[in-house]
Design a protein around this ligand. Structure first.
Ligand SMILES: Nc1ncnc2c1ncn2[C@@H]1O[C@H](COP(=O)(O)OP(=O)(O)OP(=O)(O)O)[C@@H](O)[C@H]1O
Ligand SMILES: [Mg+2]
Length: 305
């Protein structure tokens, strides 16, 4: 009965969510476990910036970008969004792919061999864990040219700092070398440590333009973000997430990253379905199975002490 009344007006949802909202509870809950892209202003600016860099003409000194922000704050989602706009394509002869945007991760135990093998893996090429560095370098340059890579994205760039000072220097040289050889923009992505690493090299520092994704604050952008979340979760009644008081509560409880907000809200949305409330309210937020990062850290410390 109740359902029929509630389902009759789904105008609080975006069209795709309206369709999902009609599905049975289990399917709606499965849907809540996946990430759904929200194009908040800063993310859209970042994507536009990457777009601009991708079409820019080759120059002697290619401009690079360093996307910096706290962990769990949407850096990799931006990269993923951009990569999906420039998917790899097959060539007519099918003997190799065209990979406009190559995305790789800095290995957590950085060495040049590991780095080059991460590039090979991003290129879908067979790994060569035992090859020598010089061989790997030549192979990687060759493959990046044949696949027409036009932009290299190195995510988790801060992992560079896990190596010795000498190793860090080698990586800084390597980044400079790749940029010069291939004449493509390089996008570094990481936490503040990535910025510190780049800053230790004068030449690189002035080639990398920083782009920050700071923690969220109580402002109009936050209200807009919360309104967007409310419009994508397939609940049958409108949630009032963009009320300033509600926004303040969410911000405080999650400590200000988009990842934590998404986690809290999706758990609250599950509680809204399970309880039949069908909207995120003060009550469903209390019911949500969610611990803040600090609570999780404390619980972990209790377990190991
Ligand atoms: N644009 C977005 N729209 C919706 N949800 C998002 C968006 N960006 C981030 N999120 C949420 O935040 C989570 C963390 O995002 P992401 O993995 O991009 O963070 P990160 O900054 O790369 O973190 P780390 O430094 O730990 O790698 C995502 O899994 C998703 O739930
Ligand atoms: Mg990431």
């Amino acid at each position: 009965m109740d359902d029929v009344v509630a389902i009759s007006d789904l105008s609080h949802l975006i069209p795709a969510a309206q369709t999902t909202a009609l599905l049975p509870d289990t399917e709606r809950m499965a849907h809540l476990r996946a990430d759904h892209w929200i194009g908040y202003t800063r993310a859209q600016t970042a994507v536009a910036k990457l777009e601009e860099m991708l079409i820019g003409p080759p120059r002697l000194r290619m401009p690079n970008l360093l996307i910096v922000g706290p962990t769990n704050n949407g850096k990799s989602m931006i990269i993923e969004k951009f990569r999906r706009r420039h998917r790899p394509e097959s060539t007519p002869t099918q003997d190799h792919q065209i990979i406009p945007v190559l995305v790789m991760q800095m290995p957590s135990d950085p060495s040049l061999t590991r780095f080059y093998n991460m590039v090979l893996s991003a290129l879908n090429a067979p790994l060569r864990p035992r090859a020598r560095v010089a061989e790997l370098e030549a192979l990687v340059l060759h493959l990046m040219r044949t696949t027409s890579v036009r932009m290299l994205v190195i995510d988790e760039l801060h992992n560079m700092l896990a190596g010795s000072t000498a190793m860090q220097r080698e990586f800084l040289n390597l980044i400079r070398f790749l940029g010069n050889e291939l004449r493509i923009p390089i996008i570094g992505v990481g936490t503040r440590d990535a910025y510190l690493a780049i800053r230790s090299d004068d030449q690189l520092e002035n080639r990398f333009e920083p782009f920050s994704l700071p923690l969220w604050e109580e402002d109009e952008e936050l209200l807009a973000l919360l309104a967007s979340f409310a419009a994508v979760y397939p609940l049958r009644r409108p949630s009032e997430l963009h009320q300033p008081e509600m926004a303040r509560y969410i911000l405080e409880r999650t400590e200000g990253t988009i990842g934590e907000m998404a986690r809290l809200l999706s758990h609250a949305a599950v509680a809204a379905i399970e309880s039949g409330t069908e909207a995120i309210t003060n009550r469903t937020l209390t019911l949500a199975k969610y611990d803040s990062p600090t609570e999780r850290r404390r619980a972990f410390e209790r377990r190991i002490s």
